[in-house]
Design a protein around this ligand. Structure first.
Ligand SMILES: [Mn+2]
Length: 289
């Protein structure tokens, strides 16, 4: 079984700022406050701190409809505590006084593919999945790489012994996109030139520069994760990227929409961030976000 999650988030700093310019294209969030959270990748401590900050923000706001909280996928792999992240998210879905949507990321797909066909997913196991198996108490450390194609079935079975059934069930049900007001939420992005209703699932989960470098205007502004280059979220005319590489930078980001107003929250683990240029958002606005 998984270890108890650490409860201290004192080593995490919360940063909040209002984006300088309101969105011109996206003015509607269907009358509610909407939050979207970027790629967590097993970074449970930052997730816990960010959720605390979001809950406090919700309590301070004068809201009619319950706020919507969208997670943009890639909950597992790379970071240290994937099992605890899934436990926390499933708890949140059951208990939070928010509407919560969890999107599918390509790392959730790779984990499920490993469960179905371990022998075909050894590259994932060695590259990104090792930390996820380890978080469920299934270490790979004593297995030599050349033995993996035989050992992978045993590793899969040990993982299934230790993974709560609710985790597997939850992973299998994640939707690929979600829409609210003038925004569409998706893990990786969308294929330029293709209407929202005709998007291919593979593109939604995996697309890279074909989406990032295009200035194509979809029917809605795209909010996505999957690709990061620094600790700063990216805002362009057609998309908002909120993956800030938490597993490498220590920084987990969320965006907050209220009508045309765009704001950001970040949970920053102290003592990390050497891999990128330090980023400080503009200071907190006086009235909160
Ligand atoms: Mn991804």
């Amino acid at each position: 079984m998984t270890e108890d999650p650490p409860i201290s988030t004192t080593n995490v700093e919360i940063l909040r700022w209002l984006h300088a310019t309101p969105s011109e294209r996206a003015t509607s969030t269907d009358g509610r406050i909407v939050y979207a959270v970027g790629d967590i990748h097993g970074c449970y401590v930052q997730l816990a701190a960010l959720l605390e900050a979001i809950v406090a923000d919700v309590e301070a706001a004068d809201v009619g409809l319950p706020p919507l909280l969208v997670f943009c996928g890639d909950y597992v792999d790379r970071g240290p505590q994937s099992a605890n992240v899934l436990t926390a998210l499933i708890w949140l879905a059951r208990h939070a006084a928010l509407d919560v949507v969890f999107l599918r990321g390509n790392h959730e797909v790779m984990l499920l593919d490993f469960v179905e066909h371990p022998e075909q997913n050894l590259a994932w196991l060695q590259r990104d999945g090792e930390s996820t198996l380890s978080s469920y108490g299934v270490p790979l450390a004593d297995i030599v790489p050349s033995a993996l194609d035989e050992e992978c079935f045993r590793l899969r079975d040990r993982l299934l012994d230790r993974m709560p059934a609710s985790h597997l069930e939850w992973l299998r049900e994640l939707p690929v996109t979600h829409m609210c007001g003038d925004y569409v939420f998706v893990h990786a992005g969308l294929k330029p030139g293709v209407p929202l209703s005709k998007q291919d699932e593979e593109d939604c989960l995996w697309i890279g520069k074909d989406f990032l470098q295009a200035d194509y205007r979809f029917e809605k502004v795209v909010v996505h994760g999957h690709s990061w280059s620094s600790e700063a979220p990216v805002v362009t005319a057609n998309r908002i990227g909120i993956d800030t590489g938490a597993y490498a930078t220590g920084v987990l980001s969320a965006v907050r929409f209220e009508g045309p107003r765009i704001a950001f929250l970040q949970a920053r683990l102290r003592g990390m961030g050497e891999t990128t240029v330090a980023f400080r958002g503009p200071q907190t606005s006086p009235g909160g976000l």
